[in-house]
Design a protein around this ligand. Structure first.
Ligand SMILES: *Cc1c(COP(=O)(O)O)cnc(C)c1O
Length: 354
């Protein structure tokens, strides 16, 4: 079944804003967009007086190559955050529909749903079970008004990988709800991306980002991967120029072969460093548990999270305190940094309790 049948009908019918860059015409003298004629701002390859292409072809092709999908199967915007927001807007009617997600998980699904006036149904994961996912129990939250199911895998902040549940969930939700797999950290996990599976599942969407492994959080480039009809709907309701010219230039540079090779090397280094840190943190007094992680971070349970947080802060190190979140009592999340940063964490905690 075509998933557009589950999208907001008034948006499927919407004629998109006809921006100058969408007219399909080009000419040497461009007087169609009320731009300044002087390209002084910016650089030679990225003059800033012109509006950018909505989806620059070269970027689209490079991302399609990187993610091994067709260019028509992806849409990029200001981080995966924007893709999450647009999926919620495209599918969910305020005050009527609902979405389902994990708890604990990335906070933007709930916030985006709330902004859209849509109920967020949380499926609680149990720390004592290693935050493992029971697909059947998650599906119990789904009803006729469920439009999206967010599956963050590797999950932030638990680090748990849930890719094994994708086929079961997508099959169970077929024709009813879109399964949105957020792969922000997939580069640090030992499983292939779910992007290839959109061929089997019409109701599967995958989110990728250049913010984490590719080191471009400041450029804000996130990508939605889905069947072309879903991508097309999102593109039609998106703001006319979601990709700033300097960000596109930065992304193209990061996607050139030498930069990609360096990214892959750094990702595998971070994975090895994560395991070194996990072992070392597990031996620190004051730390009760360090969960296995498929991301570039570790979730720790402390005897006294506030004390450990304060000790690290006093050493000049900021980590994320999750201890007030349900199910994450005593928990801190530590990103894997450069070697000297990670050693500073270990040095600060080695003296814990003395
Ligand atoms: C960091 C993060 C994102 C945000 O990605 P952007 O592309 O920077 O917006 C998305 N999902 C998860 C789970 C994240 O942790």
């Amino acid at each position: 079944m075509n998933m557009l049948a589950r999208a907001r009908p008034e948006l499927v019918a919407l004629k998109p804003y006809a921006s100058a860059r969408r007219s399909g015409f080009t000419a040497p003298i461009r007087l169609d967009a009320n731009e300044s004629p002087w390209p002084d701002a910016g650089t030679a390859e990225a003059a800033l007086n012109r509006y950018p292409e909505p989806q620059p072809e070269r970027l689209r092709e490079r991302l399609a190559e990187l993610y091994a999908v067709a260019p028509t199967q992806l849409w990029s915007g200001r981080g995966s955050d924007e893709a999450i927001d647009l999926l919620l807007r495209a599918f969910c009617r305020a005050g009527h529909d609902n979405v389902v997600g994990l708890a604990p998980s990335f906070g933007m699904y709930r916030i985006g749903a709330t902004v859209q006036g849509v109920e967020f149904r949380a499926h609680a994961l149990d720390a004592r079970a290693g935050f493992a996912l029971d697909a059947k129990a998650l599906l119990a939250h789904v009803d006729a008004a469920t439009k999206l199911v967010f599956l963050c895998s590797p999950n932030n902040p638990t680090g748990a990988l849930h890719h094994a549940a994708i086929d079961t969930l997508a099959t169970a939700l077929a024709g009813r709800a879109l399964l949105v797999v957020d792969e922000a950290y997939i580069e640090f996990a030992a499983v292939p991306s779910a992007a290839a599976r959109i061929a089997e599942h019409a109701n599967l969407a995958v989110l990728r980002t250049l913010s984490k492994a590719h080191g471009l959080a400041g450029a804000r480039i996130g990508t939605l991967i889905a069947r072309a009809d879903i991508v097309d709907l999102v593109a039609r309701i998106a703001p006319p120029y979601p990709l700033p010219t300097p960000s596109v230039a930065a992304a193209l540079a990061a996607l050139a072969a030498p930069a990609l090779a360096r990214t892959r090397q750094r990702s595998s280094w971070l994975v090895r460093e994560r395991e070194r840190l996990r072992d070392a943190l597990g031996a620190c007094a004051g730390i009760v548990q360090v969960w296995p992680s498929a991301g570039n971070f570790l979730l720790l349970r402390c005897v006294d999270a506030a004390a450990t947080f304060a000790r690290l802060l006093a050493a000049g190190i900021l980590v994320r305190d999750f201890s007030s979140q349900p199910g994450l009592e005593g928990c801190l999340r530590v990103s894997i940094g450069a070697r000297e940063h990670n050693d500073a964490v270990l040095a600060a905690l080695a003296t814990e309790g003395r």
